[in-house]
Design a protein around this ligand. Structure first.
Ligand code: MN
Length: 270
């Protein structure tokens, strides 16, 4: 099994290498990841300049414990997480059996997935039809990757034995806890907002600048069965995603609201 591994925390992030160690027990791992931290860049791509890709000399400790079944090859990309995934699949590595993005330090829950660089990279695997997993742990400081790495290994092994269902795109969040303190694993739905922004100002006049920080966790009880609810209860959440943002629920109301607009726009009935 060939696996493309990417992330948004950058090529030196410990979570990336925890994933590489876990996945090389299930298949041949190709790491193609940004050369620097890119959290929060979502699905952005570099379309107005060229992008350099550099081979990475692997940390010898990656093979030091003798447990490697398969080799790991790595490249660092002077671009975004989405660039990394595209360049991996379209050029540097080619087609794979599984795309993994992570393990991210910090959860990616609810509507935050549209801001997440971890999910943003994964989307490029999904839209190309590859089985794809985005995976995060619920802490930015001192994240514990062991549980998430173990889970990746198990899912990777499962996929090497049985093909993934078509349209396989999972967003996995694992509590940053030792496995013995995790009470369960849930298949979840995507919650709503999990973090809000604060804006602060500095300087005056033409020197005025603004900082946007995502540092306001939403309080209140999240809906049971959502990914936000699962993490709050120290459960592993596995949320199947697709990219269909289309909402059909308002069609009738909108038809009535916009009824006169086509005539006003075109000067005739359409
Ligand atoms: Mn990140």
């Amino acid at each position: 099994m060939k696996i493309l591994l990417t992330n948004d925390d950058g090529i030196e992030a410990p979570g990336l290498w925890a994933a590489a160690r876990a996945l090389r027990l299930a298949g041949e791992v190709f790491v193609v990841a940004p050369d620097r931290e890119q959290s929060g860049v979502g699905a952005s791509l570099t379309l107005h300049s060229s992008v350099r890709v550099n081979p990475v000399l692997l940390d010898p400790s990656l093979d030091g414990d003798g447990s490697a079944l398969y080799p790991v090859t790595a490249y660092s990309v002077e671009g975004t997480p989405g660039d990394s995934c595209i360049l991996g699949l379209e050029s540097v590595v080619g087609g794979v059996d599984l795309v993994v993005s992570g393990i991210n330090a910090g959860s990616n829950l609810g509507w935050d997935v549209v801001v997440s660089g971890t999910v943003g990279a994964a989307i490029q695997g999904y839209v190309r039809g590859y089985p794809t997993i985005a995976i995060s742990v619920g802490a930015v400081t001192n994240p514990q990757f062991e549980g998430a790495a173990r889970l990746l290994h198990l899912i990777g092994r499962q996929l090497s034995e049985r093909p993934a269902p078509s349209s396989f795109f999972l967003n996995i969040n694992v509590p940053s806890l030792p496995l013995e303190r995790i009470p369960g694993v849930r298949l979840t739905t995507l919650g709503r907002r999990s973090y809000g922004e604060s804006v602060s100002e500095e300087g005056t006049g033409p020197e005025r600048r603004y900082w946007i920080s995502r540092n306001r966790p939403f309080s209140g009880e999240p809906k049971e069965g959502t990914d936000i609810w699962a993490l709050k209860n120290n459960l592993v959440s596995i949320t199947p995603l697709d990219i269909n943002l289309n909402y059909q629920g308002q069609m009738t109301e909108l038809e009535s609201l916009l009824a006169g607009v086509p005539f006003q726009l075109l000067g005739h009935r359409d």
